[in-house]
Write a protein that binds this ligand. Structure first.
Ligand code: TXA
Ligand code: MG
Length: 378
């Protein structure tokens, strides 16, 4: 049991990207000491909050799994602050494609799957011969890695299975007493996690859609990226499976075998049951829910559908209408997604119904999370 302390980092230093100055702050020094002693620390990144530990220490990394209640077979992303650090943890040379992506997207919400070097122990990658690496775009994250003088393994800092944390308050709600320190850098900007991309083959594959969109990646690489894995969501595969399949097998088993090991678990789910609905069916909700004896329902709609729906006496009676944002601003929807799910979970509703949005741009990452969180659709 820890007494969890929250230390706020000056918002102006963050806004001005003052990495050097942040590195000198007493709170940052304390966080770096904890990492060096093999402890865990929660910190902000541009996507979501991470729960960090020294990625080169199996003992430190095991504390991450314990604090989150994370299944041992789900590998972690290693965060670096420099290309020298990247080189120190991978095996072999980077391909031209990998270089292109690094130049265009780092620091930023893109995680690359590369061949693992010897510095990274089995615990960090769940025994895989690959390692997931990213350079985050957040001065606090970069300052922490630099001050710790090591690479930092960090999953999202939530209880395993629950929506990811986009504020220090979310981390505290999940991990109070389980970790010593949370660095508070305010609300995260992107709101969904990084895109996980396997760049080992000729044809890069998106294992998890995220903050860098498929469209952006296609443009950087000058080639279309086909949909892979279960990024379309669907059912949760509970089978213990060999995490990474040879490429040929993967194509065949596209809809049953998770490519990113973590994708097979139920994720991002509030405790309250959540169902998805097609925008065309929203008008019919009163009749669709008629025989279900529900008294408190939250209906989460896009601004467009909400405006189209107008007055809805049914919902004024049984529940509340919540706006998720406009489809003209997918980044706004992504930024607020997890926070909205957590908020609704605290409001004693019996059912959360969320409108599906188009899977374009960041909409793909949003729908991926919603499919994982949902128990089917209405
Ligand atoms: O934005 C993010 O990526 C955040 C922040 C904290 O950096 N981190 C994050 O970590 O989302 P996590 O652990 O919640 O998700 C990591 C995902 C999982 O689906 C995991 O299975 C996958 O990356 N992954 C990690 N290492 C892998 C590997 N070697 N091969 C394939 N997938 C891997
Ligand atoms: Mg996560």
């Amino acid at each position: 049991m820890y007494k969890t302390v929250v230390k706020q980092i000056d918002g102006e230093l963050i806004a001005d990207n003052k990495i050097e100055q942040i590195t000198q702050l007493p709170s940052l020094r304390e966080a770096a000491s904890l990492i060096q002693e093999g402890e865990v620390v929660a910190f902000p990144t541009e996507t979501v909050y991470g729960l960090g530990a020294d990625a080169t220490s199996s003992r430190a990394v095991s504390k991450i799994f314990r604090a989150k209640g994370r299944p041992q077979d789900n590998p972690l992303i290693v965060h670096v602050a420099s290309q020298a650090q990247l080189s120190s943890i991978i095996r072999g040379d980077l391909s031209d494609q990998a270089w292109k992506l690094i130049e265009a997207c780092w620091p930023g919400p893109l995680t690359l799957i590369l061949d693992r070097g010897e510095l990274i122990p089995d615990q960090t990658t769940a025994g895989l011969t690959t390692v997931a690496v990213r350079m985050p775009f957040h001065p606090v994250a970069l300052a922490l890695i630099e001050a710790s003088q090591t690479v930092i393994a960090a999953p999202s800092a939530n209880s395993s299975g629950y929506p990811s944390p986009t504020s220090a308050g979310h981390v505290l709600a999940d991990l109070q007493g389980k970790i010593p320190l949370i660095l508070d850098g305010g609300q995260t900007r992107v709101g969904v996690e990084s895109t996980v991309l396997d760049v080992r083959g000729e044809q890069p594959e998106i294992l998890r859609p995220g903050g860098i969109t498929r469209e952006q990646l296609s443009e950087i690489l000058g080639q279309e990226l086909p949909t892979a894995g279960d990024s379309q969501g669907g059912s949760v595969n509970e089978e213990a499976d060999t995490p990474v399949k040879p490429v040929k097998d993967r194509q065949k088993q596209k809809h049953t075998t998770p490519l990113s090991p973590g994708m097979k678990y139920r994720h991002y789910a509030p405790h309250t049951p959540l169902k998805l609905i097609d925008d065309q069916r929203v008008k019919r909700l009163p009749e669709l829910l008629e025989n279900q004896d529900l008294t408190r329902v939250a209906l989460v709609l896009t601004r467009e559908t909400r405006n189209r729906l107008g007055e809805c006496p049914f919902f004024e009676r049984v529940g509340q209408l919540v706006e998720m944002g406009s489809t003209a601003d997918m980044s706004g929807i992504a930024r607020n997604l997890f926070s909205l799910l957590r908020q609704l979970d605290n409001q004693q509703v019996e059912l959360i119904i969320v409108e599906q949005i188009p899977e374009t741009g960041l909409g793909e990452a949003v729908m991926n999370r919603l499919h994982k969180a949902a128990r089917g659709s209405i």
